[in-house]
Design a protein around this ligand. Sequence first.
Ligand SMILES: [Zn+2]
Length: 292
Amino acid sequence: MILAAVFALALGQTPCPAYTRTKVDDNDPKSHCLYWRENSQLEWRVNDQGNPETTGDTEYAAVEKAIGTWQTEMASCGSLTLQVGARTNSRLADYSKTAADNQNVVLWRFQLCSGMVGASDGCWKDDNCGNQYDCWQHNPGALAITTSNFDPTTGRILDSDVELNTPSFIFTTVDSPTCVKPNYNQGCVATDVQNTLTHEFGHSLGLAHSCQVTSTMYASAVPGELGKRVLDPGSKLFVCETYPKGLPSQDCVIKKFDGKLGPPAGCGCDAATGATWAALALLGLCRARSKR
Ligand SMILES: [Zn+2]
């Protein structure tokens, strides 16, 4: 480990950090990081269609375990409370600031949008084919996508939804043995639900991909993989440092007080504009992080 770091430095590369946070603008070093407000009680609701391929209700149990893994760390040093709520019939991965009950949804998509939505359909431009036609609109090679909406002026996350790609992958819930290609079935581990969702919930909490291959947040997963069910030390550190118990959630930039109170004069953005912009920004980011 030390040798690797020295080697990286010798080559002039940046050593791999313990964890990397998602920012409002990843290309801006002064950008806010994303985070939920301290002491938030967050609930994810799994769509009641589940994943019909997995055995019985095991996919729901796997979602509970994935959330439970992060909650264990939160209980130890963080301020958020994470739980899985009642199943929902919502199949929308979106945020509505007018909805009385805005949900963080986990859902499996069953069809690729590319096979059912014409190329000229306006939903592609609007980036909303998935919600409009209930299909997987993202990279067919991505296992899952987390879409979070946030306030770009603060980095505060408002909503986070996870979609899983059933048309392209066989999701399983058993612990062993590893499936042998091409005999993927529910009696062996192909794409493990808990492994996938532990990673995705890391995105929901504000983590970006890690360059450490052993990290929960490493960008790719091989068939049969279970290692991301467990949090690596860097992801645990993220919980403790971003959501310190008894303190405000931590941004990654401390802006110097410029003598003005309140938002800058002349800012014409309303919340709706901000939310839309945010959705687009993070969807793009999701695509970038989804090559796994
Ligand atoms: Zn990812």
